[in-house]
Design a protein around this ligand. Structure first.
Ligand code: NAP
Length: 468
């Protein structure tokens, strides 16, 4: 049962030096934080949301690099908790762009009146469990200290950008940009010599857009990833038709499915299909541009048998050779070190064709590693590249970064979460950690998290935390 509400919301707090007493503090105002605040309020709890950003959005607030989109079809990447919401919002595209997803989250915050409970521009600087009071005490960079019974980290799995690991970054005289912290103003790359480091999902989305603007783009690639065309476009797809046919059943199937996306069990095995049949299935999947489909629906042994997997990987590598004109570049872009699906594959729009442009160069760091960043650009052990802008698409301090690197979390007996996790994170189902009472992680390490459709996994975790 909710406690007596001493201070109902952040905006009610007039005396900023007083301790703000709430039932629950929630860090993060993205997909997870917004839903939890809504659920908590409906359940009668007092809660405060805290976010370093100046508005809602979470990952979609920060990742505003050119080309940013989700890679789960938007009909699946949506809140499901309110059937009326599904009537009130219609996505315009199959894979929504970052601005549209950010608008959606703003719409959610307005619709459920969530802004008033969130302190924006606020970092938690420490969180300490008080055993005697059975409460968490949070200090923050902005406003009153908070005392709460439950502390929820809705901080996302990929929120803390990985700091550059390359010598000389601070010497660079040009502009440095991070895909995960892209500026909120327009970035004009016209006429500039741009270098992009990193070819994961973010790099693969940003590179074609940057190439359209830059005078010259040099891509520094350490490891090629599998990527397939997104075929972006209007939202009218088979999946939307499936959803519209029976919305409640579609959402229920998503909740019970392996990855949070309702999809049929595949019963075709590669060895039972002829070469022509396999190729036909592959070409159909390539033409549809559905990541979940191509990951699971070609043949049943693609994800658990090396021979079944190699058949898919070979077809994907063949596509790269077909599209990319320069054979050396095509070879460098062909994944070699992991089975298809062992790392999350990427969805691309004009990614491979970008390497056919005259103003784009691929540097294969496996052949010529980066030695240093200098005042004028990037030096490999073979060449020097003069650059005006360097874009780091080098990823995140994944899974634990936003939980433990941001602020010290001290649990029972004065133990810090960083110490407890020094040999790797240990959790109960990715939700709780022994010795840290009433601390809850949403899609934390050990849960399906980024291996699933986050929208569905987030609702499942949030419901468990609020309903327990
Ligand atoms: P990422 O997948 O971790 O990719 C980082 C890239 O930077 C890799 O190519 C990595 O190479 C390279 N890199 C890192 N450090 C480097 C260094 N010191 N020198 C040279 N290269 C370096 O990060 P991301 O692209 O930001 O994507 C992270 C995750 O976010 C994705 O898996 C996905 O779950 C999510 N995401 C989703 C979407 C979407 O929904 N469409 C979009 C963007 C991101 P190595 O592989 O060799 O380490």
């Amino acid at each position: 049962m909710p406690e007596a509400m001493v201070a109902a919301s952040a905006s009610d707090s007039t005396d900023r030096s007083a301790v703000q007493q709430v039932d629950v503090a929630v860090v993060g105002a993205g997909f997870a934080g917004l839903y939890i605040l809504h659920r908590l309020r409906k359940a009668g709890f007092s809660a405060v949301g805290l976010d370093e950003a100046n508005d809602v959005g979470g990952t979609w607030y920060w990742n505003r690099y050119p080309g940013a989109r989700c890679d789960i079809q938007t009909v699946d990447y949506s809140y499901t908790f309110d059937p009326d919401l599904e009537n009130a919002w219609t996505w315009s595209e199959k894979y929504a762009t970052q601005p549209e997803i950010l608008r959606y989250l703003g719409f959610i915050a307005d619709r459920y009146d969530l802004h008033r409970d969130i302190r924006f521009g606020t970092k938690v600087t420490s969180a300490t469990w008080d055993e005697a009071a059975q409460r968490w005490l949070l200090t923050t960079s902005n406003g009153a200290t908070i005392s709460c019974r439950d502390y929820i980290m809705a901080t996302g799995c990929l929120s803390a950008p990985k700091p550059p690991e390359i010598d000389g970054v601070k010497d660079f005289g040009g502009e440095i940009l991070f895909t995960g912290r892209w500026p909120h103003h327009d970035v004009d790359l016209r006429g500039k010599r741009v270098g992009v480091i990193g070819t994961g999902s973010s790099g693969i989305q940003a590179i074609p857009k940057i190439a359209e603007q830059a005078a010259h783009l040099t891509v520094f690639q350490r490891t090629p990833n599998f990527a397939m065309p997104a075929h972006n476009g209007p939202r009218t797809t088979d999946r939307v038709a499936q959803f519209e046919a029976d919305r409640a059943a579609f959402r229920e199937q998503a909740r019970w499915s392996l990855a949070g996306v309702p999809i049929a069990q595949n019963t075709f095995y590669s060895w039972a299909l002829s070469d022509a049949e396999r190729r036909e299935r592959f070409e159909k999947a390539w033409g549809e541009g559905d990541l979940v489909f191509i990951l699971s629906q070609l043949w049943a042994d693609q994800g658990n048998d090396v021979d079944g997997n190699t058949l898919v990987a070979d077809l994907l590598r063949e596509k790269v050779r077909e599209i990319v004109k320069d054979p050396e570049t095509a070879a460098a872009l062909s994944p070699f070190d992991h089975p298809f699906g062992a790392k999350r594959p990427c969805l691309e729009t004009n990614y491979y064709t970008t390497y056919n442009r005259d103003n784009v160069t691929l540097v294969n760091l496996r052949d010529e590693p980066i030695k240093a960043i200098t005042s004028t650009g990037i030096t490999t052990d073979r060449r020097t590249f003069d650059l005006d802008v360097i874009v780091f698409a080098t990823g995140f301090d994944a899974m634990t970064g936003a939980i433990r690197a941001v602020h010290p979390i001290t649990g029972r007996d004065g133990k810090s979460l960083s110490d407890v996790w020094k040999n790797g994170p240990q959790t109960y189902l990715g939700l709780t950690v022994a010795g840290f009472p009433n601390l809850f992680l949403i899609t934390g390490p050990g849960s399906p998290s980024v291996l699933s459709n986050m929208a569905v996994s987030i609702e499942q975790h949030a419901d468990w935390v609020v309903d327990r």
